[in-house]
Design a protein around this ligand. Structure first.
Ligand SMILES: Cc1cc2nc3c(=O)[nH]c(=O)nc-3n(C[C@H](O)[C@H](O)[C@H](O)COP(=O)(O)OP(=O)(O)OC[C@H]3O[C@@H](n4cnc5c(N)ncnc54)[C@H](O)[C@@H]3O)c2cc1C
Length: 506
């Protein structure tokens, strides 16, 4: 490789939340950064968001790459396994459906589900739920862990639930042990070069921190990207109504059995948003994500506590959410990650996944970035495009939960259906609703979508989204084969993850 134009010797990470410590751990573990001094500065006064308790399956790959032993971090972070998300009452009819993580062996039963879902939306056959056609759905139904009881001849996907503060602490210890310098202080001023690259951060103590490259992980504050580099923030307020959350943890022992799901997240639709219930090893994290344009904080609190059978005097925590995306994730010599870069409400627990993706892209482009001016610009463009694509892909999928809902029992749900959606989402939903070729639309947008076929089908069939007047010729799979597909999933789960009583599965 040619001599580097840039010679990056120091990287400074601003922010010690999950995002900041993920960056510190990932960089210090990467041989490309071995000669670079990595520092992380965080404020003792501002604090971290402290939520973000659910992950997608990608987190496993992140931890594996760091060489972190699953049993070790899970124990220290009070983590539990996650098979997927149960969506409860999203049509206001008390029904629920499961959004599963996908196993390799689900391919055949999933195909039966897809055909039946395609028949149903064309007015043929009964409503079809994804739950029994995916191993994760069966696991969730029987409260079984996605960790197998015997060696698996196939890959299984699972996520985690965890204590967000402990996860950041765990990664902090990992990073500091490997040489990351940890500094406590409030950044009160920032100096820039003539080309607007950031040069140094000054702390309230007067200490000046110089670096060649900066990672903005300062949370909703977006100190460097937004406040100093003035990169515009694209708000999603017109697309997603929820902008607030009220949270309360409950002890595992004080939770009535009926509310207890051990290995999956529950997302229950409420009057002006939805409630998350995330089972950790020692407690359940609960939070009502709502629209402050539709209800006030007091009403949200009351609803949350009432739903959980908790006394009105139970202390809760209120959070404001800055929902949207920085128009660039990488600008000048600053990379924004975590909440400083983007946040789409927590419905599918995707924020940490976006952080991971951004870091992985950055590390893959870093060497090239230093080559010359052209490579520098190209690297930034490449990263910015791919991060934006992922964020917009997630946004489409999240929005689909609201715009397909039949609920109309509050202003919120009426408004939630009438938000601004992308042309891509419009075409996907139209194709499904009109009984057209939905798979063609998925194929057309394949490179741009954050979610794949099983997720889209689970959502749209789970919501029974369709035109009830429509009657098009399309044959569902026979009842016998459908039953066989379900039994196949049940047998896999029973054999590798069970045993459980298979007669319960029908
Ligand atoms: C209600 C809610 C629910 C969520 N649920 C999920 C979920 O289930 N799954 C998921 O993946 N994500 C979830 N998220 C997102 C998740 O919480 C974040 O992605 C994750 O915690 C990373 O946050 P962060 O590190 O970017 O910011 P923060 O945790 O806010 O950390 C910001 C850091 O910057 C520092 N800082 C800021 N300004 C300064 C300054 N001037 N000087 C010095 N230090 C400064 C602070 O001290 C702090 O250390 C949720 C978010 C919300 C709001």
């Amino acid at each position: 490789m040619k001599k580097h134009k840039k010679n990056i010797q120091q990287i400074l990470i601003l922010g010690g939340g999950t995002a900041g410590w993920m960056a510190a751990a990932a960089l210090v573990n990467n041989p490309l950064f071995a000669a670079i001094k990595i520092c992380l500065v965080e404020s003792a006064n501002i604090g971290t968001i402290g939520v973000g308790e659910g992950s997608t399956p990608h987190l496993k790959r992140f931890m594996d790459k760091l060489g972190i032993c699953e049993a070790d971090w899970m124990e220290k972070c009070h983590a539990s396994y996650k098979t997927g998300i149960d969506f409860i009452n999203w049509n206001g009819d008390g029904q629920q459906y499961f959004h599963p993580f996908y196993f390799q062996l689900d391919v055949k039963p999933a195909e039966v589900f897809f055909v039946n879902a395609n028949a149903r939306r064309r007015g043929q056959g009964d409503a079809v739920q994804p739950d029994d056609f995916f191993s994760s759905g069966v696991l969730a139904k029987h409260n079984l862990s996605p960790r197998p009881q015997r060696e698996l001849p196939f890959t299984n996907e699972y996520g985690y639930h965890f204590d967000a503060t402990q996860l950041a602490n765990y990664l902090k210890e990992y990073a500091c042990k490997r040489g990351v310098l940890h500094i406590i202080g409030d950044v009160i001023s920032v100096s820039q070069h003539n080309n607007h690259d950031i040069n140094s951060l000054t702390l309230a103590s007067g200490q000046r921190l110089d670096a060649d490259f900066f990672i903005d992980a300062s949370g909703f504050n977006a100190q460097l990207m937004h406040k100093n580099l003035n990169v515009p923030f694209q708000s999603f307020a017109e697309a997603l109504l929820n902008d607030s959350a009220v949270t309360v943890p409950v002890d595992l022992n004080s939770t009535p059995d009926a509310l207890f799901a051990k290995y999956h997240t529950r997302a229950t639709a409420l009057g002006a948003g939805w409630l998350w219930q995330i089972p950790l090893a020692h407690r359940i994290g609960n939070g009502y994500v709502y629209s402050s344009r539709h209800i006030c904080a007091q009403t949200a609190t009351k609803t949350l506590l009432h739903h959980l059978n908790l006394s009105e005097s139970t202390p809760v925590r209120h959070l404001k959410m800055r929902v949207g995306v920085s128009e660039k994730a990488w600008h000048n010599n600053v990379l924004a990650i975590g909440l400083a870069q983007s946040f789409i409400e927590p419905l599918e627990a995707t924020s940490i996944m976006v952080t991971q993706f951004t870091l992985e892209r950055f590390m893959a482009l870093f060497e090239r970035y230093q080559l010359n001016k052209q490579a520098e610009t190209l690297s930034r463009q490449t990263l910015n495009q791919s991060v934006m694509q992922l964020v917009l892909g997630v946004k489409d999928y999240i929005q689909a939960h609201y715009v397909t809902s039949k609920r109309s029992d509050s202003n919120y749900w009426q408004d939630a259906r009438n938000v601004v959606i992308s042309l891509r989402l419009k075409q996907l939903l139209q194709a499904w609703h009109r009984g057209e070729d939905f798979d063609f639309q998925l194929y057309k947008y394949d490179q741009q979508l954050a979610y794949f076929r099983p997720s889209w089908y689970s959502l749209l069939a789970g919501m029974d989204f369709r035109d009830p007047q429509l009657k098009l010729p399309f044959k569902p799979i026979s009842a016998e084969i459908t039953a066989q597909a379900k039994s196949y999933c049940a047998a896999i789960v029973n054999h590798y993850f069970g045993p459980y009583n298979t007669t319960q599965n029908t």
